[in-house]
Write a protein that binds this ligand. Structure first.
Ligand SMILES: NC(=O)c1ccc[n+]([C@@H]2O[C@H](COP(=O)([O-])OP(=O)(O)OC[C@H]3O[C@@H](n4cnc5c(N)ncnc54)[C@H](O)[C@@H]3O)[C@@H](O)[C@H]2O)c1
Length: 387
């Protein structure tokens, strides 16, 4: 067994995602378990260098977790050859420039989504990374959720027969910030700061759909701002200029129709904050973040529509639980481990900058559809071909 260390520049660790999911639940959890297991049985340990705008906040986080390296100067961090991997969980609007600098410094890059603010910016980064020969990856966390991994298992097994449709509900009520503080940062509700539910969620929907069911070929969407005014972290009222709900139909390869609602203005009457129902000729499934239930063709009941009679059937009881059959762990950590193996041992990690760019392409197409009232086709707009 050989012990190796991989230095990781972590930018944006004072933020919600950067701190909780990436620093604490991924990088520090990996350190605690003794590093990432490599295919040859050895382990690589992670050595973080924290980067941010506030020395006080960084030093507080470092001391809380027994870390010794932090800086408010990104260039100093990027100039250090002891840290060959750069990670970015900053605000979306400042990501592109920082990643470009990190590529110029020869770093491998792993980043939160969206990769950039435009598909053009994302493709430029993909090109730059490819020319520099650095490994690159974008967070695809939803694919690592237990519910979606069970769904992927069902697809792989052929359980569905021919898949017909996918319908998904994502969302919950995000407080306006007046009489109760909002549970998401206010920049999410300002278009000028990179906010908006289409930009946020369509990046996720693109990789979920293309990896589980088929590439998206067309989108018809309606994005709206239901709540036009909110109150920020300082108690100041601001105009919510970004969309806070999107109602979309995605047409996939193989004729599958996916209809997904995304909303921060909906109250939850579901088992989980996200749920997908997949219907196929041989069976159906409903998956959330954790659970997944199925109803095969052979045990499908025959409901009869009768509005005169009160409902006596327990429809949910007619579905069967898909067992875990594996220890899924934290999805962000699992992807960190996969990306580290990609960097150190050249193991596969298919979720690269081009995959990130395709997600942004879908968000742009969704916004275009909403603006013009038209169905937007994605055929012939392959990001791959333009790189
Ligand atoms: N994968 C997911 O499920 C998921 C979920 C939420 C957010 N995100 C992404 O993670 C990123 C961070 O989101 P968050 O919710 O943690 O946001 P946040 O506001 O909590 O954190 C933003 C971070 O960026 C830093 N920052 C750098 N420059 C800044 C500037 N000029 N103004 C303000 N902050 C600046 C902040 O200091 C902070 O560390 C976003 O790109 C978002 O799209 C991903």
């Amino acid at each position: 067994m050989t012990a190796e260390t991989l230095g990781v520049v972590l930018n944006g660790v004072t933020g919600r995602m950067g701190y909780r999911q990436h620093l604490v639940r991924s990088v520090l959890a990996i350190r605690e378990q003794g590093g990432v297991l490599l295919p040859d049985g050895s382990r690589v340990q992670l050595e973080p260098l924290l980067v941010g705008r506030s020395d006080d906040k960084l030093s507080e986080i470092a001391h809380r977790h027994g870390l010794t390296r932090w800086t408010t100067d990104l260039d100093t961090a990027l100039a250090d050859p002891g840290f060959p991997l750069y990670f970015d969980a900053q605000l979306t609007s400042v990501r592109e420039k920082s990643i470009a600098r990190a590529i110029d410094a020869g770093k491998h890059i792993y980043t939160e989504k969206p990769l950039a603010e435009s598909v053009e910016g994302a493709v430029t980064l993909a090109r730059q990374a490819s020319a520099a020969g650095v490994k690159n990856g974008v967070v695809h966390d939803k694919l690592y959720l237990p519910g979606l991994r069970k769904l992927a298992r069902l697809v792989d097994s052929g359980f569905f027969g021919r898949i017909l449709s996918v319908r998904g509900e994502f969302g919950y009520w995000v407080f306006e910030g007046d009489w109760q503080s909002a549970q998401r940062p206010s920049w999410n509700y300002r278009a000028e700061d990179g906010g908006g539910i289409v930009v946020d969620m369509f990046c996720h929907w693109n990789y979920v759909l293309e990896n589980l069911f088929g590439a998206v070929r067309a989108v018809t969407a309606r994005a709206v701002t239901h709540i036009p005014s909110r109150v920020d972290e300082q108690g100041t009222t601001y105009d919510a200029t970004a969309d806070d709900a999107a109602y979309a139909i995605f047409e996939l390869d193989g004729g599958i129709v996916a209809q997904l609602n995304s909303s921060w203005c909906v109250r939850v009457h579901r088992d989980e904050l996200v749920e997908f129902q997949v219907d196929g000729t041989r069976g159906s499934a409903v998956a959330g973040l954790h659970r997944c239930v199925v109803q095969p063709r052979e045990v499908t009941p025959k409901p009869v529509w009768d509005p005169d009679l009160p409902e006596t059937r327990d429809h949910r009881a007619q579905w069967q639980e898909v067992p875990d059959n594996a220890d899924f762990g934290n999805g962000f950590k699992a992807q960190w481990e996969q990306f580290v193996r990609h960097v150190v041992a050249d193991e596969p990690h298919p979720y690269d900058f081009l995959a990130g760019a395709r997600g942004i392409r879908l968000a742009e197409a969704g916004l275009e559809s909403s603006r013009t009232g038209r169905r937007v086709e994605l055929a012939g707009l392959s990001v791959q071909a333009s790189v």
